[in-house]
Write a protein that binds this ligand. Structure first.
Ligand SMILES: Cc1cc2nc3c(=O)[nH]c(=O)nc-3n(C[C@H](O)[C@H](O)[C@H](O)COP(=O)(O)O)c2cc1C
Length: 277
């Protein structure tokens, strides 16, 4: 592999750790560290058999207490696909051309069925029931992304489908205690894509004790470093906040969450039968 892991991590974080020449698994680590989301795909179909294979690999991921509270819905029916992805192609126009699309779901229904079938009380009807299923689904989502990349496929998660959680749930016939976590667009990459810069490790990697005493300074440094690599092409909500010369990640994220997003998701989850306390 000709890409240098140390250089890749330096580009990613700005404060990468040293990489010893004898680090085991360097090639695999370099591939993982080079992760990028792909939103542009070649006009080449993805064999449905390969999608099933990748799903099996992804579902091999660990699950909390072996409860296996996650499922994948592969959307193959073109009419259904159009209805589901059509909900979000306004903000995600790239998704229209993704050759394949899947939805990763948390599933706490099966566990409750076990209690019914075995005549045992389900004594964990609280927030953790929802949370565990969401975490299991997220782990499988990432495992699928990694598996797809190993086969040369590119992908991009789509949590925007949760803006329409009830409609997605109705279209996919998700029963009570089963909920969408994210969709995933999948295809053969049309371009190499690019490695996005992350917050420095000094901001997100802690040893022994959590410490964010330098966070503001680190975030401001990240804004500058990121802007030097790829400044934002468009500023968010200019009609409300105007245009800023020094527009960086922190301003973009603060603007993004200055407007309510999915404020009805809790109500949806409660309608699905979860108690969130
Ligand atoms: C749970 C989750 C949901 C996401 N939802 C969307 C989405 O709705 N639309 C989109 O274009 N990208 C989405 N993304 C992709 C992120 O924007 C992307 O991971 C981030 O910008 C970092 O870029 P990278 O993955 O290329 O490193 C999502 C990623 C995750 C993990």
């Amino acid at each position: 592999m000709d890409i240098d892991l140390a250089a890749l991590l330096q580009h990613r974080f700005g404060d990468a750790p040293a990489v010893a020449p004898d680090t085991p698994g360097r090639e695999a680590l370099t591939r993982l560290a080079g992760h990028r989301s792909h939103r542009a795909y070649a006009e080449r179909p993805v064999d449905p058999a390969l999608v099933r294979l990748l799903a099996a690999v992804a579902l091999s991921a660990p699950a909390k207490s072996d409860l296996q509270q996650r499922d994948i819905v592969i959307i193959e029916d073109p009419a259904l696909r159009k209805r589901v992805t059509g909900l979000v192609t306004g903000e995600n126009p790239w998704l229209e051309k993704a050759p394949a699309f899947l939805v990763f779901c948390g599933n706490n229904r099966r566990q409750r069925q076990l209690h019914e079938w075995r005549g045992r009380t389900f004594a964990n009807d609280h927030l953790d029931a929802f949370f565990n299923a969401a975490v299991d689904a997220a782990i499988v989502l990432q495992a699928f992304i990694t598996a797809a990349a190993a086969s040369g496929l590119g992908s991009c998660p789509v949590s925007a489908i949760r803006n329409h959680a009830q409609t997605v749930s109705d279209l996919l016939k998700l029963p009570d205690h089963v909920f969408p976590v994210a969709g995933l667009g999948l295809g053969w990459p049309a371009a190499e894509g690019y490695v996005t810069a992350r917050l420095p490790l000094a901001a997100t990697l802690h040893v022994d004790r959590f410490d964010d005493s330098r966070m503001r300074q680190l975030v401001e440094g990240y804004d500058r470093r990121r802007n030097a690599i790829y400044p934002y092409a468009r500023q968010r909500f200019v009609e409300k906040y105007g245009t800023q010369a020094e527009y960086g990640w922190s301003e973009d994220k603060a603007r993004q969450y200055s407007k309510p997003e999915r404020a009805d998701f809790g109500a949806f989850v409660r309608r699905k039968g979860f108690k969130l306390d």
